[in-house]
Design a binder for this molecule. Structure first.
Ligand code: HGY
Ligand code: MN
Ligand code: MN
Length: 413
C-alpha cells in the first residue's frame, strides 16, 4: 500500500495508536511509569500480546530461545531486512522507549503486508532485553542473535532478589540450554525506530533524526570502605566516613566531566549506604557511574581521570576504594547507505530531517558490529525519557513509523 508523494508508505494511525496505548498498560507501575523487566510477569504478558498482534497483522509469529519475538513477512529470498527494538523498560520508565520501535515496526510491516511478496524477507523483532533493569544482561536479545551470550551467564547472572537468570528463563517457559539456537546468520540490514530521548528535534522543530553515531558507554561500580562508628560519640576529625568520601568522589567526577563539556556525560544514579541507620557513621558506600562519549579515546581519558580522583580522595579521607567495570559498550557509526535510504524515505514522506548523534545507548550499537544498521529518531516532548513523563505525539510516532515503512519498502521490495 503506497500513497502520497513518490513511494511513501503510510502506517495505520489508529492501529499504531492502539498498539502504543495497550502495550503502554502492560507493566504500568502506580506512578504511571512502566516497569517491564526481563522474564517477569509483565514481560511475559507483553510477549504473548505481541504474538497475537503479529498473527492479526498477517505475519508469521516466532519466539526464539531467549524470548525475542519476531513477526515475519516472507520474501522471495530468505535474506532478512530486520526492524525492531527492545520490549523491556527501566523502572518507572516511559511507554515509548523501545516500545515504539517494536510497535512502529509492526505497524510498518502490517502496512507492507498488502504490497505483495517482497524480494527479501522482512521481520520485526521485540528484543527481549536492553536496559539491564533486572539482570546485568546488557543487550541480551541482540547478543543471543549474534552468538555472544557467555555459556556461564544463565547460571551466573542474578537479579536483586537473587533469582538466577536460568530459573527466570524457565519460569517464562524458555530453556537456557537452547540459547545457541537463537543465533542468526541471515540478516542483511537492521533499522531501529526510537524516540530521541533528548531535546534536539523538539527544540529545532525537526520531524526525523537520522542517527550518525551511538556513544560509547562505560558502567563502573565504585565501592568505598571506611570505618563504621557511633554518630554521637565520634568527633568529626576522627572519622573515616565512607559516604562523605564517596560523595566527594562523585562531586569531583561530575566536575571533571562538566569541564570536558558536551557531549561527555556522567551519571551516578544508584547508591548503597551501609548500615544505613542515622545513628551510625557509614562504613560502606557504593555508587554507580555511567560515563558516555561518542569518542572512545575521550571516554577512556575521562575514566583515567575518574580513577585518579577515586585514589586521591580515598587517601585524603583515609578510606579504601575499589572500582569494577560492569559495562563497556563501544561507540558505533551507523551505515551511511542505510542512512541515505532513511533520508530519501523521510523526504518521500514530506518529513524534515537532520543527521545527529544519539545521546542514549541502543541495541543498534551492538547490531552494527555485524549487520549494516541505522536508526530513525522521532522527537521526545521536552526531551524527557526514562521517566513517566516520557511522551511523543502520536502524529510524530505515525510519521516515524511511516518513514520506517517507506525505507523498508525501498530495501526489501
Ligand atoms: O541507557 C541507555 O541509553 C539505554 O536507554 N539503555
Ligand atoms: Mn532506555
Ligand atoms: Mn531504548
Amino acid at each position: 500500500m503506497t500513497n502520497g508523494s513518490a513511494d511513501a508508505v503510510h502506517v495505520d494511525e489508529r492501529l499504531l495508536g492502539r498498539y502504543i496505548e495497550e502495550l503502554g498498560r502492560i507493566g504500568e507501575s502506580p506512578d504511571g511509569g512502566m516497569s517491564r523487566f526481563l522474564y517477569d510477569r509483565a514481560w511475559q504478558q507483553a510477549r504473548d500480546t505481541l504474538v497475537g498482534w503479529i498473527r492479526e497483522a498477517g505475519l508469521e509469529p516466532r519466539v526464539d530461545a531467549v524470548g525475542n519475538v519476531f513477526g515475519r513477512l516472507p520474501g522471495a529470498s530468505d535474506r532478512v531486512v530486520l526492524t525492531g527494538s527492545h520490549v523491556d523498560t527501566v523502572p518507572s520508565g516511559g511507554k515509548y522507549d523501545g516500545a515504539l520501535g517494536v510497535v512502529g515496526g509492526l505497524a510498518a510491516l502490517a502496512a507492507l503486508a498488502g504490497s505483495g511478496t517482497p524480494a527479501r524477507t522482512l521481520e520485526v523483532v521485540a528484543l527481549c532485553e536492553e536496559e539491564s533493569s533486572r539482570f546485568p544482561a546488557n543487550f541480551f536479545g541482540t547478543r543471543a542473535m549474534l552468538g555472544l551470550i557467555g555459556p556461564d551467564e544463565p547460571q551466573r547472572l542474578r537479579d536483586p532478589d537473587g533469582v538466577l537468570l536460568a530459573d527466570a528463563m524457565r519460569e517464562a517457559g524458555l530453556d537456557p540450554a537452547a540459547i545457541g539456537t537463537a543465533e542468526r546468520h541471515d540478516l542483511d540490514a537492521f533499522l531501529e525506530l526510537h524516540i530521541e530521548q533528548g531535546r534536539v528535534l523538539a527544540d529545532e522543530g525537526v520531524d526525523i533524526g537520522l542517527v550518525e553515531v551511538i556513544p560509547s558507554i562505560a558502567w563502573e561500580t565504585i565501592t568505598v570502605r571506611g570505618r563504621q562508628d557511633h554518630a554521637g560519640a565520634t568527633p568529626m576529625d576522627l572519622r573515616q566516613d565512607a559516604l562523605q568520601a564517596a560523595a566527594q568522589m562523585a562531586r569531583e567526577i561530575t566536575g571533571l566531566v562538566e569541564q570536558e563539556g558536551r557531549p561527555a556525560v556522567a551519571t551516578t544514579g544508584r547508591w548503597t549506604v551501609e548500615p544505613g541507620l542515622p545513628s551510625i557513621v557509614p562504613g560502606l558506600a557504593r555508587f554507580s557511574l555511567d560515563l558516555r562519549h561518542p569518542d572512545l579515546a575521550v571516554r577512556d581519558r575521562l575514566l583515567a581521570g575518574v580513577h585518579r580522583i577515586c585514589t586521591d580522595v580515598a587517601q585524603r579521607h583515609g578510606v579504601q576504594v575499589d572500582v569494577t567495570r560492569e559495562k563497556d559498550e563501544e561507540p558505533a557509526a551507523m551505515d551511511r547507505q542505510l542512512l541515505d535510504v532513511c533520508r530519501q524515505a523521510a523526504e518521500a514522506c514530506g518529513a524534515s530531517w537532520k543527521e545527529m548523534p544519539s545521546g542514549a545507548g541502543h541495541d543498534s550499537q551492538l547490531m552494527a558490529t555485524r549487520v549494516p544498521t541505522a536508526m530513525v529518531f522521532v522527537p521526545s516532548v521536552a526531551g524527557r525519557s526514562h521517566t513517566p513523563a516520557e511522551y511523543t505525539e502520536l502524529a510524530d510516532c505515525v510519521r516515524g513509523a511511516s518513514v520506517l515503512a517507506t525505507a523498508l519498502h525501498r530495501l526489501a521490495f
